[in-house]
Ligand binder design. Structure first.
Ligand code: NAP
Length: 628
């Protein structure tokens, strides 16, 4: 196989090729998109579209995930462990791996699914794929020796890689699948957590790692009449292949949809990936849109073993991770390795900065250039849509009018083309969303659309503060619950430690780097900190670690001193900015390090390697806490 993805590849060439598509007019559609508008007009349109969406009802209801019962019967577990990890997705696997590397033998993953994988275990919708390059998205490639098959790998390969990690680090050994932790209590006298699960297990763990993930509790829009629908209804994360036919790996088509009129609500990253598959399979597909995604080209490429071997010199994956963070920072000097839609705006800004007289730029210059480059980029994305979608009316409705990182950027080479199929229809709701569900369909723009099946690609309830106080009762020191400690929003130190909850660590992005372009990097960094702390405790024969209240308070103040980034006031509402409710106290705390992710990762690396572990208090069991 030829070297298909290499650092020297010029992606502009393929951008030009897309541009060569002819714009044919589809019957029933009128041609003639407006000329490229001036900057002032674009900004006015951004504001106008945002207002429409802010005015819509944007409430959701959570639908608890359908539990999976463990495939085999087992007796209740009583044996103690050193570390209990709640969750067997990327976060739990990475934490388990790093803890194994520092010599922790007794690790128990507790996972409600029937296998490891988390998000990727549940999300098996057709076309599920990583939107971030495999070299930085798939964790522990260097350690496991896995060579990704393509630049943006598909769901089955990611799921399989999760299993590889679990096998490589013997994390299956003591794992409890089909099991949910329901209650846990800190036992000060014995310096451990006691845990109870929904399957009658009761055991102690010296440490607990919360690796509960973000993308698995489905949410549905709070549309009147949801319960009345008599057709088939499911959420994309609970894809019903028995109903649709086909398989998650796409090896057989969703043949049972050939006679079905299918409605899909939502046009976010999930919808963009599954629409092309539904469009090919269904008799008719109606896509109900509230806000169009900015869908740029995918440009996926197979990875050859030869090329991979050439880059995979010792330490390569950390270098790529660090490079990807820096490549997203326009004032960094880095030579971008990943080179894709996540990094290209920063690269444009970097190129312009270099061209400035004397190469000198201040923060204002950078901000202005960022805004200009974003406007250019979004204009290019709109042009691409207009070129590909043959029906001018549909193309117009698919145009995104906002700054690119207001919403999750999307990349796909077949999504827009799907709207050229005679069986696929876009029902744009002008920012209002679907209004109601009836027994036989949905109502949008005052019109009822009859459907056999209704699929919700409407995302997830990502609020872990709510979930950790509702699904698991966590009682820390002195009987205080995590739910109470997090009233008004999550409060942590580095996103990992919570005062009053000794020997408990959270592995997730918020209040640390909050690097949303690559969640994996956040998880790897958090796990590195946790394993360093545990290794230190073993060496020093310490039993208990807890963040001091002062350190946590200082950290939260530091985070609050930062500026809003993604959640800018000018952004259209969506899941990146709490549906526009920017002043919600909980959301105000879902932030990251004020100096940005690159600075946070440097800070964190230094914090854990200087041996001081500032902010943490270590003690032996039975010794009292220092009073300050
Ligand atoms: P999402 O980003 O929350 O998108 C939900 C979609 O539903 C939006 O388009 C939303 O419109 C729409 N919607 C909600 N209520 C509606 C209504 N009443 N009528 C019509 N439309 C309505 O969900 P998602 O696409 O499942 O993505 C969830 C998360 O998973 C995201 O953070 C995404 O980044 C991640 N993800 C990652 C990958 C990957 O990397 N491989 C793939 C898929 C998803 P508005 O835009 O107006 O809110």
């Amino acid at each position: 196989m030829a070297v298909l993805y290499s650092p020297g590849q010029d992606q502009t060439q393929s951008q030009l090729q897309v541009g060569e598509n002819q714009h044919e007019v589809r019957p029933g559609c009128c041609d003639g998109l407006a000329e490229t508008p001036a900057k002032e007009e674009v900004l006015a349109r951004y504001a106008e579209e945002r207002e429409k969406r802010l005015a819509a009802d944007r409430h959701y209801v959570s639908t608890p995930i359908k539990g999976e019962r463990a495939t085999s019967r087992r007796s209740a577990v009583r044996s103690s462990v050193t570390v209990a990890i709640i969750g067997g997705g990327f976060a739990g696997l990475i934490a388990g791996a790093r803890l194994r590397e520092v010599g922790i033998g007794s690790i128990r993953i507790i996972e409600r699914g029937n296998d490891v994988g988390g998000t990727w275990h549940w999300n098996r919708y057709p076309g599920a794929q990583s939107d971030t390059a495999a070299m930085v998205y798939l964790p522990l490639l260097e350690e496991t020796g896995h060579i990704p098959s393509e630049k943006y790998v598909h769901g089955p390969e990611i799921r399989s890689h999760c299993k590889t990690i679990a096998r490589h680090y013997n994390l299956y050994d003591d794992a409890l699948f089909g099991t949910s932790v329901k209650r846990m209590r800190w036992e000060e006298a014995s310096a451990c957590w006691s845990l109870e699960t929904d399957r009658g297990d009761r055991f102690n763990a010296q440490f607990v790692v919360f690796a509960v993930g973000q993308f698995h509790e489905p949410r549905l829009p709070a549309i009147p009449g949801l319960e009345r629908f008599k057709g088939h209804l499911f959420h994309t994360s609970q894809w019903d292949y028995e109903y649709t036919g086909g398989t998650p790996d796409g090896s057989s088509p969703m043949a049972l949809l050939a006679t079905q009129r299918v409605g899909l609500i939502g046009t976010g990253a999930t919808a963009v990936q599954c629409v092309p598959h539904l469009a090919r399979a269904a008799q008719q597909l109606l896509v109900f849109q509230r806000t169009p995604s900015a869908v740029d080209e995918r440009n996926n490429l197979p990875i050859s073993a030869e090329w991979f071997t050439s880059i995979a010199t010792p330490g390569w994956q950390q270098r790529w991770l660090d490079n990807f963070v820096e490549a997203r920072n326009p004032i960094s000097e880095v030579d971008d390795l990943v080179r894709d839609g996540w990094t290209q705006i920063a690269q444009r800004v970097r190129d312009r900065l270099k061209a400035l007289p004397g190469g000198i730029a201040n923060a204002k210059h950078v901000a202005t250039l960022q805004s200009e480059c974003d406007l250019e980029n979004m204009s290019r994305i709109r042009d691409r849509i207009a070129r590909i979608v043959k029906c001018a009316k549909t193309a117009e409705q698919l145009l995104p009018w906002y700054f690119q990182f207001c919403k999750r950027p999307c990349f796909h080479d077949d999504y827009l083309e799907a709207f050229n199929l005679p069986s696929t229809f876009l029902v744009d709701t002008g920012g209002k969303g679907v209004e109601a569900v009836t027994e036989s369909g949905v109502v949008a723009n005052g019109q009822e659309y009859q459907l056999d099946a209704l699929i919700f690609a409407t995302g997830f309830s990502a609020d872990n503060t709510e979930r950790l106080s509702r699904d698991i009762i966590v009682e820390g020191r002195d009987g205080h619950t995590l739910g109470k400690a997090w009233t008004g929003g999550m409060k942590t130190y580095h996103g990992i430690h919570v005062s009053g909850f000794p020997n408990a660590f959270h592995v997730q992005p918020a209040q640390g780097a909050n690097f949303l372009s690559n969640i994996t990097h956040n998880l790897l960094d958090g796990a590195a900190a946790i394993s360093a702390i545990v290794e230190h405790m073993v060496g020093e024969q310490m039993d208990i670690v807890e963040v001091s209240e002062e350190a946590q308070t200082r950290w939260i103040s530091l985070l609050k001193s930062g500026q809003r980034s993604l959640a800018s006031d000018a952004c259209t509402p969506g899941n990146f900015n709490n549906d526009g409710k920017l002043d919600d106290p909980g959301f105000r705390l879902s932030v990251g390090y004020p100096d940005g992710p690159g600075a946070y990762f440097r800070y964190s690396r230094n914090w854990r390697s200087n041996g001081r572990f500032e902010g943490l208090e270590f003690r032996r069991a039975g010794s009292s806490r220092k009073r300050k």
